[in-house]
Ligand binder design. Sequence first.
Ligand SMILES: C[S@@+](CC[C@H](N)C(=O)[O-])C[C@H]1O[C@@H](n2cnc3c(N)ncnc32)[C@H](O)[C@@H]1O
Length: 268
Amino acid sequence: MADRDRVFAGSIPKLYDTLMAPLIFEAYAADMAALVAAFSPDSVLETAAGSGVVTRALAPKLSADACYVVTDLNQPMLDYAATRQGSDRRIEWRQADALDLPFEDAAFDVVCCQFGAMFFPDRVVGYAEARRVLRPGGRFVFSVWDRIEENAFADDVTTAVATVFPDDPPRFLARTPHGYHDIALIRGELRRAGFATIEIETREKVSLARSARDAATAYCQGTPLRNEIEARGKLDAATDAAEAAIAKKHGSGAVAAKIQAHVIVAVA
Ligand SMILES: C[S@@+](CC[C@H](N)C(=O)[O-])C[C@H]1O[C@@H](n2cnc3c(N)ncnc32)[C@H](O)[C@@H]1O
């Protein structure tokens, strides 16, 4: 993974939240909130919380005296998340690397992390940190995207943007968000981190955007793919190519396509 794959800053947090989150993250966030709330936790740590899509879904489901610590590596994402969240004394916002958590052992009932693990440079270290801060019997609930071929817009965008840079195609989407989907590998890394009881469910959903332009802008400008395109120039041309490819395949009005992810619950 390139270092810039982890940089969610500048124009990215706002475009991520306004275009990407409704496109592919909100539907899974509702599921994650229900899954976490079903454990009736008194204390929750969220890692890689991004612009707060899970936080907004989960906070209303937690008890009135729950403690909810919401963290991310990139402060600009947390800053944006905080602007979207109403005042809530149960929530503490804190910048933190999921691989080096600034919390005591056994401090939480649940650690949740939606679509963050693919960005960890060492997953076993990240999982071991989640386990360390969980009380015995606590749950680590997280999700990762399935392979890019199961996620139509991401695949379309990657193919289309490659035509703009044929000698050096940006591969962020395939390499990082869709680069960690092997269930046997995920189980093996969780076991190496000390988790013994692991459940994995693959969930298909539908991704919806108002237009091909919105979907193209979301991927090309609201994710770290933007960093990779800007390093080569031609951000507008790359977005135009992605829009044309999505419109050709999915239509010129509102567009819909398949997305698919793995949802994992591991018991500490
Ligand atoms: C695809 S976003 C997911 C954000 C959010 N969970 C959601 O569902 O919309 C990935 C997030 O992982 C964060 N991230 C990347 N590396 C991280 C790390 N080592 N520790 C914590 N967060 C990290 C990024 O800042 C980004 O906000």
